[in-house]
Design a protein around this ligand. Structure first.
Ligand code: ATP
Length: 179
């Protein structure tokens, strides 16, 4: 399970997805855009539906060997009210009975894990894949030479590290124009 705001999804996220699939770290990867993310000072700029669509465009543009094993799961975007990772994990555990569920996180996100809703229960239900993230402190458990790009930089036009169909979508919908 790879959760995030994905506002927008960028090449740093895509690199994570490619590496985890091509190294067989996971069999299937669910990209889960957040509905109303916790612990963020600012609400996402793009709507849940737009962030979901951008994730879908990015995944559909990947080579088939990767794309076949990745899906965008809209559970949090479709849920009313706040969405907690534990609720999503419980729903996914019910769908994929018997599967081992791993949460994929950058070091920046993993640092805040103890503040998450029902953190102790969550920790018992999942394994954590903590990815190195340049420019962020913390201890990864999987080094993949992550790319130094963030959605913040994309939104403020300091980076253009996004898949081409996502760039086209942003242009078409005039997203992040004044950011
Ligand atoms: P923002 O700049 O808006 O905070 P972000 O680039 O950190 O966004 P998120 O959608 O918040 O993107 O990230 C989702 C997950 O992907 C988080 O676990 C985050 O740590 C991880 N992540 C984000 N960018 C990278 C990257 N370049 N390399 C590896 N992991 C990343």
């Amino acid at each position: 399970m790879y959760g995030g705001t994905f506002d927008p999804i960028h090449n740093g996220h895509i690199h994570v997805i490619r590496e985890l699939i091509s190294r067989n770290v996971v069999d299937r990867l669910l990209v889960v855009p957040a509905g109303e993310p916790r612990l963020r000072e600012e609400a996402p700029v793009a709507t849940g539906a737009q962030r979901r669509q951008m994730c879908q465009l990015a995944i559909s543009s990947l080579e088939a060997e990767i794309a076949n094993k990745v899906e965008v799961n809209p559970i949090e975007v479709l849920r009313q009210g706040p969405s907690y990772a534990i609720d999503t994990v419980e729903a996914i555990a019910a769908t994929y009975e018997g599967a081992t569920i791993s949460l994929i996180l950058g070091t920046d996100a993993f640092e805040k894990i103890d503040q998450w809703h029902r953190a102790a229960e969550l920790k018992k239900m999942v394994e954590f894949i903590v990815i190195d993230r340049p420019d962020f402190p913390g201890q990864p458990n999987l080094a993949i030479d992550a790319l130094a790009v963030s959605a913040t930089e994309i939104r403020s036009h300091k980076s253009d590290q996004i898949p081409a169909p996502v760039a086209a979508y942003i242009k078409e919908h005039n997203l992040y124009a004044s950011k």
